[in-house]
Design a protein around this ligand. Structure first.
Ligand code: ATP
Ligand code: MG
Length: 577
């Protein structure tokens, strides 16, 4: 590709709203342009990177025996009513009516659609197993679209759905997808880890999230130092230690604490450590007010609160509602409270004599005993795991690292097929629901996450497998016929070796070209200028290491071949699971 005939509008500065590095670099490198919140145009350079990822995904899905199709994006509400998700999916589902007043939605995922199509025609066990996939645009009306392609509302996903006759078959299909995912991220040249996801209702250890490791990641992953346990911190269960209090503390005592609102202020004011205090958080869980108690130094895990009630929605209660239920901001506690439920973390079953808000402005209480003084509805696992908690599986120590979820595999079982009556006939002509799995990869998110993982102060450092152009040639003297001729000759040589190559033939200063090349992030740069050619050399640069070398201009092909092979070897896939 010649830069002069491509469309590659690079920017010196990124718009201020871009908060994370991948978003900034993708805007600056002309990869994306924002249309509206969470909705982006994939510009030619960005589109090429997306296609590189999609190609490898497609190859590995096909290799694993999955079959590609393409499902509609507009979906009728009735299907979602059948599965029960019209209600449960919440506001991420973008709903609208057509001209006949029929309710529809834009597909955020396609379980309902695929099941509705197959249920009429996939009738015999002989047609199983089957795995169908697509690579297609999804829409989710995310509450907080942000970080460019990392969390868009419109994005590209590869979604696959497997169908089996029994659990054993479904587990084999799952394993095939797990292995395919490991191959995909390895081939893409990305550092990743497969972590066990929620062990909640969907299916225990048959749910994994594939995380790209990047210290800017949204997710924190807890990784065991001894066994192969790895999990998303948000979902990590905390093992209760199970101690009980034997001696009740002295009687409850009210203390005046004017203006002391935060746990930090309280600890300073009373000179106590935060693990002696209680924190009370309030949630609106499907319209019910739930007070959640954890130790002052802990963090409430909203997902666990939601899961505890198997609720559709659990959100922090807005401040104006707090006053109504007897929870003055900064002084709320389990006393004098009109909440529907008071949940306390397991940890609060042991230890006592807590310090907590008194439920009236300007006061706290000490010597609080939850059994004696409060009305706790239940104790449960409600807090975030910390690095000090032991591994829930083997008890060894945990390490917390950051990552970005790029893929998700689920063993669904018969959740959708039973609800939507998708049955097949087994060998004995008995009707049985199809046993399903579903498997997603956020293709556009992979590109952004790749940049979060691979960049420096100057710009993107693409792994060769994702780089839109594996090689960029910089013609430093486009006005010189000799240099231009050599640049074109080298351009043809590299194209001949089946690498995608960009030739910067613009009439720009060398400084501009150097900067742009580093920003765009092709892993290999070839720099051709009049001065070098006088000495019979062209320069090559390894974008990642910064190392430069001089190659003979006359024997360029041979020298480049060797240099390129060594560089690709540095990037060559090393499995990281
Ligand atoms: P998240 O927890 O990040 O919202 P999710 O659990 O909702 O993800 P899935 O429903 O499992 O995601 O979707 C499969 C894949 O689609 C995810 O692993 C991710 O790579 C991608 N994905 C999901 N939501 C988005 C989004 N808003 N923008 C870009 N990619 C997304
Ligand atoms: Mg989501």
């Amino acid at each position: 590709m010649l830069w002069s005939s491509f469309y590659l509008p690079t920017l010196k500065e990124a718009p201020a709203e871009a908060e994370v590095v991948s978003h900034r670099l993708m805007l600056r490198a002309g990869m994306i342009r924002k249309l509206t919140s969470g909705v982006y145009a994939y510009m030619p350079y960005g589109n090429m990177a997306i296609n590189k990822v999609a190609d490898i995904v497609r190859q590995e899905m096909n290799r694993a025996g999955a079959v590609e199709l393409s499902l509609p994006m507009v979906q009728p509400a009735d299907l979602w009513r059948e599965s029960g998700r019209w209600v449960h999916y919440g506001k991420e589902l973008l709903r609208f009516k057509d001209r006949h007043e029929r309710e529809c939605c834009l597909g955020p995922t396609h379980e309902e659609v695929i099941v509705s199509i197959l249920r009429g025609e996939l009738r015999s066990y002989r047609q199983l197993p089957l795995n169908l996939y697509q690579i297609q645009t999804k829409f989710r009306d995310e509450i907080r679209p942000r970080f460019g392609l990392l969390r868009g509302r419109e994005f590209i996903m590869k979604d696959a759905y497997s169908f089996d006759r029994d659990d054993e078959g479904a587990e084999r299909s799952y394993k095939a997808m797990y292995d395919a995912y490991a191959r995909i991220f390895t081939r893409l040249g990305l550092r990743f880890r497969a972590v066990e996801a929620d062990s909640g209702s969907i299916g225990g250890k048959f749910s994994h999230e594939f995380m790209l490791l990047a210290n800017t990641g949204e997710d924190t992953i807890a990784v065991c130092s001894a066994c192969d346990y790895a999990t998303n911190l948000e979902r990590a269960a905390v093992t209760p230690r199970g101690g009980k209090n034997s001696l009740p503390p002295p009687p409850l005592e009210e203390i005046s604490t004017p203006g002391v609102k935060s746990i930090e202020e309280l600890c300073l004011f009373l000179d106590v450590p935060p693990d002696r205090t209680l924190k009370t958080m309030f949630f609106d869980v499907d319209g019910k007010v739930v007070a959640v108690l954890v130790r002052g130094d802990r963090v409430v895990n909203g997902i666990k609160v939601k899961n505890y009630f198997d609720a559709a929605l659990a959100e922090l209660l807005p401040p104006e509602k707090m006053a109504e239920i007897g929870a003055p901001a900064g002084f709320a506690g389990p006393l004098n409270l009109a909440a529907d439920y008071i949940l306390a973390d397991h940890e609060l079953e042991e230890g006592g004599g807590w310090i907590a808000g008194a439920g009236k402005t300007g006061f706290h209480v000490k010597n609080l005993d939850l059994e004696r003084d409060a009305r706790v509805s239940a104790y449960a696992d409600l807090r975030l795991l910390t690095a000090e908690d032991p591994c829930p599986r083997c008890g060894a120590s945990l390490e917390l690292t950051r990552g970005i979820e790029v893929g998700h595999t689920f063993k669904l079982g018969v959740k959708y097929s039973a609800a939507m009556k998708a049955y097949f006939l087994d060998e004995n002509s008995l009707e049985r629901p199809l046993v399903m799995g579903c498997y997603g990869i956020g293709v556009t998110r992979v590109v952004a996450a790749c940049i979060e993982q691979n960049h420096d102060a100057d710009g993107i450092i693409f792994p060769p497998a994702i780089a839109p152009f594996a090689v960029e040639i910089l013609n430093l003297d486009p006005k010189s016929g000799k240099v231009t001729e050599k640049a074109l000759e080298i351009y043809d040589i590299i194209r001949g070796s089946k690498l995608d190559v960009l030739l910067d033939d613009r009439e720009e200063r060398p400084g501009v070209k150097f900067k742009d090349a580093d920003l765009l992030g092709s892993p290999m740069q070839v720099i051709i200028g009049a001065r070098g050619l006088e000495r019979g050399i062209v320069e090559v640069k390894n974008r990642r290491s910064g190392a430069k070398a001089e190659l003979s201009a006359v024997n360029f092909a041979a020298g480049f071949e060797l240099w390129k092979d060594r560089l690709l070897e540095e990037w060559s896939p090393r499995p990281s699971v």
